[in-house]
Design a protein around this ligand. Structure first.
Ligand code: PXP
Length: 238
């Protein structure tokens, strides 16, 4: 059965809009777990625009399911991860000016720094996933440099404007999920997934987990977090 990791960055985004103390992403993570989600994801950005070091430290103490830390492959972040010891690190590309993570990692361009980050994280026994576009070269290179998992970027699938385009993008994700599995990688997927488009993605049986943030937090503002999470879980586990 596919798993759901809920990204609570947007709870911190709302807090930071006022530089206030609430809403607290740590409290949100407790509710997300009580609603039955399989894990919590947070992205500690270099500029700390939403999640900060305090959040991550508290989450490590409070998350009882699975804590996935998204981060850039920098020395600073690798050192923080080795202190915090999340259950998994997902390495993502990071640009200061972007609103959210835009594309997947270019594993072929950044081989050396990714390989170094992977081996340092492995020396602390932290599993490493690489966020990549559904592209065979990226998937192959991820396996070659020792990643444990790939997270296939579902943004193009989510942004499709008609069914033919959506099917084309879905097929890419399906094919790369199969390729990843053959190469011995665990396969996750995420970005842009919603209550409307998640069902097709979880038909791909190689996908172990979906990582979803914006859509769940947006619904939670209107219906409450526990209901938003359980409605997504009902779709993911169907
Ligand atoms: N996976 C990765 C690697 C991401 O960077 C993000 C966005 O923070 C997500 C999943 C979740 O995307 P969304 O907020 O669109 O559900």
């Amino acid at each position: 059965m596919p798993k759901l990791s809920v990204n609570v960055d947007h709870v911190a985004t709302l807090r930071q809009a006022r530089k206030a103390r609430e809403p607290d992403p740590v409290a949100a993570a407790v509710l997300v777990e009580l609603a039955g989600a399989d894990g919590i994801t947070v992205h500690l950005r270099e500029d700390r625009r939403h999640i900060n070091d305090r959040d991550l430290q508290l989450l490590r103490h409070t998350v009882k399911t699975h804590l996935n830390m998204e981060m850039a492959a920098t020395d600073e972040m690798v050192n923080i991860a080795r202190e915090i010891m999340p259950d998994m690190v997902t390495l993502v590309p990071e640009k200061r000016e972007e609103l959210t993570t835009e594309g997947g990692l270019d594993v072929l361009q950044k081989t050396k720094e990714l390989q170094m980050a992977i081996s340092t994280l492995h020396s602390s026994e932290i599993l490493v996933s690489l966020f990549v576009d559904p592209d065979l070269k990226q998937v192959r290179e991820s396996a070659r440099i020792g990643a444990d998992y790939i997270e296939l970027h579902s943004g193009e699938y989510a942004n499709a404007t008609d069914i033919a385009q959506e099917t084309e993008q879905w097929e890419k994700i399906r094919d790369m999920a199969m390729a990843g599995e053959k190469l011995g990688l665990g396969v996750n997927s995420g970005h842009g997934l919603t209550y409307q488009n998640v069902s097709r993605i979880i038909q791909i049986k190689q996908i172990e987990e979906v990582s979803i943030g914006h859509s769940i937090i947006a619904r939670a503002v209107l219906v409450g977090l526990e209901r938003a999470v359980s409605e997504m879980l009902a779709l993911v586990r169907r």
